[in-house]
Design a protein around this ligand. Structure first.
Ligand SMILES: Nc1nc(=O)c2c([nH]1)NC[C@@H]1CN(c3ccc(C(=O)N[C@@H](CCC(=O)O)C(=O)O)cc3)CN21
Ligand SMILES: CC(C)C(=O)C(=O)O
Ligand SMILES: [Mg+2]
Length: 279
């Protein structure tokens, strides 16, 4: 299995890191078979799987359940799990308790935290305790209420310089990789150049050390309203819908099940009492 060391080496070698989210065993199995370098059990789970309209309602229990499923499906892939909203801003012992569940109980290989210099001391303590940590800066969806929407970040000099300082603080604190979301390509390139740990972009241009996208966006599964940074590589929703509609039609027309899908018995004599075996 790839490790934090592998990812740092990939940056040095200029080999892009392909990261993808997954939330359940079959999708994780397909991601592993497709050669994904690193799976993220993202708290986007709340939006693409659980039907919430933000990532804010997602719980540690949710992340534990889905991380377990992902590890069962992709036992040989490095799995990063998102720490949910407001689970790493109180005491360190509370934060550590949640991290312990995600790593020990669920089997995650690392955790990801949203924030920069503001959470660097937490990242430092986790790393010192032996926890591999991924940072996440730029558009941080858990702060959608503060940001006032899902908007591009770091367009102006002051914001861009703050994001560079945030990335430096995270690297200094021991983060082994940093996700950078929804920033101008020029800032993505600058971060990849200035920071010595892999910068994994989502809407951060082509010059970052890797890319991450949401599974459902990549396969076009009930994700029509997508951000500009998404490329839909296939469109499974119409295929699924067509299959489901055919099933309903077949049931209504008694075209399903066919003989191939049914069981039978030779001991039918006793059925005569009830009016006989119909077939
Ligand atoms: N399906 C899905 N994909 C994601 O990438 C994703 C989620 N859900 N849920 C959690 C967060 C939310 N994310 C989002 C959501 C919307 C935009 C968006 O529409 N951005 C605008 C920016 C426009 C601007 O500021 O100029 C866009 O049009 O791209 C970006 C990131 C990323 N994450
Ligand atoms: C969009 C990625 C980076 C994420 O944090 C998530 O899927 O929750
Ligand atoms: Mg997330």
């Amino acid at each position: 299995m790839k490790t934090t060391k592998t990812f740092k080496q990939m940056k040095r070698d200029g080999e892009p890191i392909a990261m993808l989210t997954a939330y359940d065993a079959p999708s994780a199995r397909l991601a592993e078979r497709a050669g994904v370098d690193m799976i993220l059990v993202g708290d986007s789970l709340g939006m693409v799987v659980l039907g919430y309209d933000s990532t804010v309602p997602v719980s540690v229990d949710d992340m534990v359940l889905h991380t377990k499923a992902v590890k069962r499906g992709a036992p040989n892939t490095f799995v990063v799990t998102d720490m949910p909203f407001l689970t790493y801003h109180s005491s360190f012992s509370e934060t550590a308790g949640h991290v312990r569940r995600l790593l020990q109980e669920a089997g995650a290989d690392a955790v990801k935290l949203e924030g920069g210099a503001d959470i660097a001391s937490t990242v430092q303590r986790l790393t010192a305790a032996g926890v591999p940590v991924v940072g996440h800066i730029g558009l941080t969806p858990q702060s959608v209420g503060v940001l006032g929407g899902y908007r591009v970040q770091g367009k102006a000099q002051e914001e861009g310089e703050q994001l560079l300082a945030d990335a430096q603080a995270l690297e200094q604190a021991g983060a082994f990789a940093i996700v950078v979301e929804c920033v101008p390509k020029q800032l993505g390139a600058l971060l990849a150049k200035e920071i010595n740990v892999p910068i994994i972009g989502i809407g951060a241009g082509a010059e970052t050390d890797g890319q991450v996208l949401v599974y459902h966006d990549v396969i076009g599964y009930e994700s029509e309203r997508v951000a500009k940074f998404v490329k839909q590589y296939t469109a499974v929703s119409p295929i699924i819908e067509e299959g489901l509609a055919s099933y309903v039609t077949d049931v209504k027309q008694r075209a399903f099940p066919e003989e191939a899908h049914t069981y039978t018995t030779n001991d039918t004599g006793w059925l005569a009492v009830y009016g006989g075996d119909k077939k």
